[in-house]
Write a protein that binds this ligand. Structure first.
Ligand SMILES: [Zn+2]
Ligand SMILES: [Zn+2]
Length: 375
C-alpha cells in the first residue's frame, strides 16, 4: 500500500482548523477535481478519493481525535458502529457517486455517508434434505425460499414515485446522534431515520416505504454427486440484495442427507452389514450383494467368520468434483439359526458327534490357553 499523505495536507488546512473550515476546504477542492468534470483523468480520480478520505476523518470529531492521537494506522472505531474506520474501499463504484454528490451539493450528509456506503446483501441460509441415493449420484433440486428484493416501483428509495426522501430532523441528515458519556462523546446511529439521514414522508405504496419487498422465489440447485451431510452448496449472488449498489449476498444451502435403510458411509466408502447363514459361512457361497447400482455377485469362501470384511472396488461414493468412486465395504454377520425343527436339531447333533474339535480354530486355541493357565 502506498504511503498516504497527511489528511491536513490533503485538505490544505492547519491542524487547528475548525470543522467548518475543514468542510469548506473540502467542498472547494472536491468541486475542482470532481471526476464528473475530469472524465478519464486518473490523477483527478485519485485526488478526489484522497480528499474524500481526508474529509471523512477530519470532519468527524471522534475520528479526527483518533487520527490526531494515533495517525493513519491508529486503532479504528472503538465503538464498533459500522466498523468501517478509515476504510474507503467502498467508494469508486457507480453506487457511491450519488452520495458524494449529495454531500457536495446537498450539503452536510457527514456521518450518514458511511451508512450509505455500498454494502453486500445478506446471505440466506436454507436447509435442504435429500435422500442417500441423491447424495451419492447427484441431482437437481428445486425449492421455494423467501428473499428481500429491491422494490421495482421505487427502486429501493421507499418514496412514492415523484417524491423525494426528506432530511431527517433528528440528526439533521448526519445519520448519527451524539451522546455524552462521561468524558467521551459517543456517536450512535439515529433511530428516527435508522442511520440513513433521510426520512420518507410519502411512502411507496408497493413496499410500504421499506424499499425492499419480501418475495417467494424458486431456487434450482445442482447437487454434486458425493456430497455429504452438512456440506453447503453456495449459489453466489442469490441472497439478499446489495445495499447502496453493493453486491448481492449468497444463498447458502446446507445439505442434510437422510439415512439409508441398508447403507452407511464413511467419506467415499460405502458401508454395509450383511447377514449370511451359518451354513453359507461354513460351506462358502455365492451371495448377491446389494450396491447403489443393483446387486453384484460375490463369492465368500468356506469357513468365513462373522465380522469378516470384504471390499468391492468402485462401488462406493465419488468425491465431490471427481468421477472416481470409493469402495463398498461389506461386513459379514453370521447368523445362528433359531426356531429349528426337531429334525434339524437331530442333524446338528449328528454333525457335532462326528466333530473332532479341529473344525473350530478359535475354540481350540482358546481351550489350549485355558489349559495352560491351570497346568
Ligand atoms: Zn417501493
Ligand atoms: Zn436521523
Amino acid at each position: 500500500m502506498a504511503t498516504k499523505r497527511d489528511y491536513y495536507e490533503v485538505l490544505g488546512v492547519p491542524k487547528t482548523a475548525s470543522t467548518e473550515d475543514i468542510k469548506k476546504a473540502y467542498r472547494k477542492l472536491a468541486k475542482e477535481c470532481h471526476p464528473d468534470l475530469h472524465p478519464n483523468d486518473k490523477d483527478a480520480e485519485a485526488r478526489f478519493k484522497e480528499l474524500n478520505e481526508a474529509n471523512e476523518v477530519l470532519s468527524d470529531p471522534d475520528k479526527r481525535a483518533r487520527y490526531d492521537q494515533y495517525g493513519m494506522d491508529g486503532p479504528q472505531n472503538p465503538f464498533g458502529a459500522g466498523g468501517a474506520g478509515f476504510d474507503f474501499s467502498g467508494f469508486g463504484g457507480m453506487g457511491g457517486m450519488g452520495d458524494i454528490l449529495d454531500q457536495l451539493f446537498g450539503g452536510g450528509m457527514g456521518g450518514a455517508q458511511r451508512r450509505n456506503a455500498p454494502r453486500a446483501g445478506e446471505d440466506i441460509q436454507y436447509e435442504l434434505k435429500i435422500s442417500f441415493e441423491e447424495a451419492a449420484k447427484g441431482c437437481e433440486k428445486s425449492f421455494d425460499f423467501m428473499r428481500d428484493e429491491i422494490c421495482e416501483v421505487c427502486h429501493g428509495s421507499g418514496a412514492k414515485p415523484g417524491t423525494q426522501p426528506k432530511t431527517c430532523p433528528t440528526c439533521k441528515g448526519t445519520g448519527q446522534v451524539r451522546m455524552q458519556g462521561g468524558f467521551m462523546t459517543i456517536a450512535r446511529p439515529c433511530t428516527t431515520c435508522g442511520g440513513t439521514g433521510k426520512i420518507v414522508t410519502d411512502k411507496c405504496e408497493s413496499c410500504g416505504g421499506a424499499g425492499v419487498k419480501r418475495l417467494r422465489r424458486t431456487a434450482r440447485v445442482p447437487i454434486p454427486a458425493g456430497i455429504d451431510n452438512g456440506n453447503p452448496v453456495v449459489l453466489r449472488g442469490k441472497g439478499g440484495p446489495g445495499i447502496n449498489g453493493g453486491p448481492a449476498g449468497d444463498l447458502i444451502i446446507f445439505i442434510t442427507v437422510r439415512p439409508h435403510k441398508l447403507f452407511k458411509r464413511n467419506g467415499t466408502t460405502l458401508l454395509l452389514d450383511m447377514p449370511i447363514s451359518f451354513t453359507q459361512a461354513a460351506l462358502g457361497a455365492d451371495i448377491d450383494v446389494p450396491t447403489l447400482n443393483g446387486t453384484v455377485k460375490y463369492h465368500i469362501p468356506e469357513g468365513t467368520q462373522s465380522g469378516t470384511e470384504f471390499r468391492i472396488r468402485g462401488q462406493g461414493l465419488p468425491r465431490v468434483g471427481s468421477s472416481l468412486k470409493g469402495d463398498l465395504l461389506v461386513t459379514v454377520k453370521v447368523e445362528v439359526p433359531k426356531r429349528m425343527s426337531d429334525k434339524q436339531k437331530d442333524l446338528l447333533r449328528q454333525f457335532d458327534a462326528i466333530s473332532t474339535g479341529r473344525e473350530y480354530e478359535g475354540s481350540k486355541s482358546f481351550l489350549d490357553k485355558v489349559k495352560s493357565l491351570f497346568n
